[in-house]
Design a protein around this ligand. Structure first.
Ligand code: C2E
Ligand code: CA
Ligand code: CA
Length: 250
């Protein structure tokens, strides 16, 4: 797929609940197969992880996503954070830090424009090594968020040692938040805990105004989901951003 140029990145906007302004984009990988059509990353990423190809695919994703951000900034778009998903396998790759710094340097982009979305799986094998890599990335100014928070090992003991900037509340808790009291309690607890640990929260999978209102009431600052936009190709993302700035001036 890499060699035949069949991979593509889609971008999904991340917005501030309060100002409704764009604060970031998550890059999501798509495989456009000539005969099989679009193949979901949930299907091919696990295979790429097993075969080790996730390292070269992951490098392509980083370069492509940050390259696109650079194009947008050069075109005059207000800078925002590019969130890139990182597999636990990539996280253990010894050259990860130099690979990332190399790409940022090539593109002349400040490191705080990059946010790495990690899952709790990074700590499952060698937590001390994971903490060490996170400290190094954080020293270079790269931000990290914990994706799918609440669904994995959720070791609170490690969480306090991780230099995490943001928690992403998993969409499984958001889905029924409007009519399930237990999900509401879990989401509130995550928001309060994150707040007290000086972390930001972003809710993913927000599809309705009811979900958005509840999240706002409970102090969640950022959202991502179909309510605002699905993940879209780069040209459509530009259109989305332009529509945001027109609504602002009206
Ligand atoms: P994820 O990181 O948890 O990404 C969120 C998934 O939820 C995406 O699925 C996104 O399209 C979908 N989504 C976003 N908003 C909504 C919503 O409002 N409602 C619903 N029902 N779904 C929503 P997608 O794009 O199919 O990606 C699936 C997973 O594949 C991602 O889950 C991530 O774990 C992985 N993935 C995607 N791109 C990459 C990549 O470049 N590298 C790595 N390592 N993994 C990736
Ligand atoms: Ca993600
Ligand atoms: Ca997620």
């Amino acid at each position: 797929a890499l060699q035949n140029d069949q991979l593509e990145l889609y971008y999904q906007p991340q917005l501030s609940i309060e100002t409704r302004q764009l604060i970031g984009a998550e890059a999501l990988l798509r495989w456009n197969h000539p005969t099989l059509g679009a193949i979901s990353p949930s299907e091919f990423i696990p295979i790429a992880e097993e075969s080790g190809q996730i390292i070269s695919i992951g490098e392509w994703v980083l370069r492509q996503a940050l390259g696109q951000l650079k194009i947008w900034i050069d075109e005059g778009m207000e800078p925002f954070t590019m969130a890139v998903n990182l597999s636990a396998i990539q996280f253990r790759y010894p050259n990860l830090v130099s690979q990332i710094l190399g790409i940022l340097d090539e593109l002349q982009l400040p490191s705080h424009y990059l946010e790495l979305e990690l899952t709790e799986r990074i700590a499952s094998e060698n937590p001390l090594q994971a903490i060490h890599i996170m400290n190094t990335l954080s020293d270079y100014g790269i931000r990290m968020s914990i994706d799918d928070f609440g669904t994995g090992y959720s070791s609170l003991n490690y969480l306090k040692k991780f230099r995490v900037y943001k928690l992403k509340i998993d969409q499984s808790f958001i889905r029924d938040i409007a009519d399930n009291a237990e999900d509401q309690t879990i989401v509130n607890t995550i928001i309060n805990m994150a707040h007290n640990l000086n972390m930001i929260t972003i809710a993913e999978g927000v599809e309705t105004i009811e979900q958005l209102d509840l999240l706002r009431k409970n102090g969640c600052k950022e959202v991502q989901g179909y309510y605002f936009s699905k993940p879209v190709p780069s040209e459509m993302f530009t259109t989305f951003v332009n529509s945001l700035s027109t609504t602002k001036t009206v």
